[in-house]
Design a protein around this ligand. Sequence first.
Ligand code: HEC
Ligand code: HEC
Ligand code: HEC
Length: 167
Amino acid sequence: MNKKSAHKKYSLRNLLGSACAVAMLLALPVQLLAGEATPPGQIPEKITINVQTSCPQIADLDQDKKEVKEFSHKLHAEKYLLGKSAFAAHPYTDAFTCAACHTGAESPEAITGADKCERLTAAIEKEGGPKKYKEMMHAVCQNCHKNMQKAGESKSGPAKCNECHSK
Ligand code: HEC
Ligand code: HEC
Ligand code: HEC
């Protein structure tokens, strides 16, 4: 190996090194802002919905009495909701089903990029505050299932308490 090519290799490595450093610096503020965020493009598969245990910092919620275990989040977002906006409490489009349940969200990235509990706090405030949390969730979930049943749709979701709440 002659001196010249060794030098070339060395400076290439330097260049790659600085590119990496710059990329890390650029990524840092996003990470700091995001808190407990989800990587963009990733929709959580199943979620146990229990606001008191997932966001204990939200004050003035009622006592924890019920939860919904293993809610089929991704199936709802990508399959169940398609073409069903007419049954929902919050209208949405097939291109952005997230809006059916994520009050006030304007893009998938606005949901995945936010801190879960800050996002949820804002949504709850928008719907009348922590004392209205149960009503807010029942409007989001139960209304669609009930409306679909009323309309005689063959595959509606459950409308009875225990079918959603096993606890
Ligand atoms: C389609 C699903 C669904 C059905 C059906 C349903 N719920 Fe719920 N309910 C939810 C969800 C989701 C929440 C929010 C749970 C949480 O964050 O803890 C909730 C919250 C609640 C809460 C507040 C729980 C808490 O810990 O803050 C109560 C009480 C409750 N439901 C009772 C009922 C009763 C009684 C029925 C039947 C008359 C019923 N639910 C039917 C989905 C449903
Ligand atoms: C049928 C209702 C529904 C739809 C549709 C929906 N979500 Fe959710 N999602 C929820 C509920 C309920 C939670 C739990 C409470 C919360 O974090 O807001 C949740 C939580 C999340 C979380 C937090 C992760 C966690 O572990 O709690 C992310 C990220 C998310 N959703 C992204 C999305 C995106 C992106 C879309 C659209 C492609 C979407 N959701 C569509 C109901 C829904
Ligand atoms: C706009 C309509 C719509 C909304 C909003 C909606 N669902 Fe559903 N859900 C459905 C449909 C449709 C099915 C049945 C799909 C099938 O069986 O093919 C379903 C099925 C279910 C089931 C049955 C088991 C399963 O997962 O397949 C549960 C439990 C459920 N939904 C809970 C919820 C909860 C909790 C929320 C709110 C966070 C919610 N749903 C919001 C339409 C909706």
